[in-house]
Design a protein around this ligand. Sequence first.
Ligand code: IPE
Ligand code: IPE
Ligand code: MG
Length: 250
Amino acid sequence: MLKARQAKTIANTGNRGKPFGLAHVAIIMDGNRRWADLKGLPRLLGHKEGVKTLKELVRYVGSNGLQYLTVYAFSSENWNRTAQEVSYLMELFAAVVAEELEELNDSGVRLRFFGQLSTMPGNLQESFRNATERTKHNEGLSLSVAINYGSRLEITEAIRSIGQDVAEGNLSLDKIDETVVSAHLYTKDIPDPDLIIRTGGEMRLSNYLLWQAAYAELYVTPVLWPDFSCGEFEKAMVNYAARDRRYGGD
Ligand code: IPE
Ligand code: IPE
Ligand code: MG
């Protein structure tokens, strides 16, 4: 796609455009446990393998100049899994941030976390705050991790916060419009996704970016997340390029 030197410059300097013809890709990284089952491995190892996939993809899209990548790492419903799986995942998240932060920072990635962070383990909250602060001036890929994220929860919190603004006399009812709602979501600083990719084949959004997905294109692949290579990402881009986004118009 791009020459190596050009890609490196883009990775660090924020020389971002629309290399794939879009600005923002959001991904539902699904199928980790099925991948492990198919390989005859302990199920939770699938999550570890999924991290490798994400690392490679971040490097690839970052060096190609993508502006925004948002990934679903843990939903507000995923607490319903066994205590063993939940604590495995929490430890994995902590380890990944600790191990990857320097390299991400060096390559100009701006890291953010979307979700109800206040109910996450204290050490994670601290590491997310630190990573966000450390990388906030970076101009490379903007990587957002949806963690303890639920779209209905996000919208509910937005409604509560807008209601409070009204009650305190800082906002009048007739000023509430779509822009105001968007400005109260976790995603307030970034554009809506152009494309939502779901791996693992399920044809649903699972409480992901419901408001923001209003006009997103959807791409579902049966490929399980640990097998989602950069080549698979390219296939999604080719598929997207053939779409006709009409936004309700002609
Ligand atoms: C996605 O993979 C990762 C998380 C939800 C944390 P799954 O764990 O849902 O794996 P499958 O879909 O059961 O195979
Ligand atoms: C969605 O996957 C959440 C993440 C990928 C983090 P799930 O595996 O939780 O979704 P469902 O249960 O199949 O809808
Ligand atoms: Mg799943």
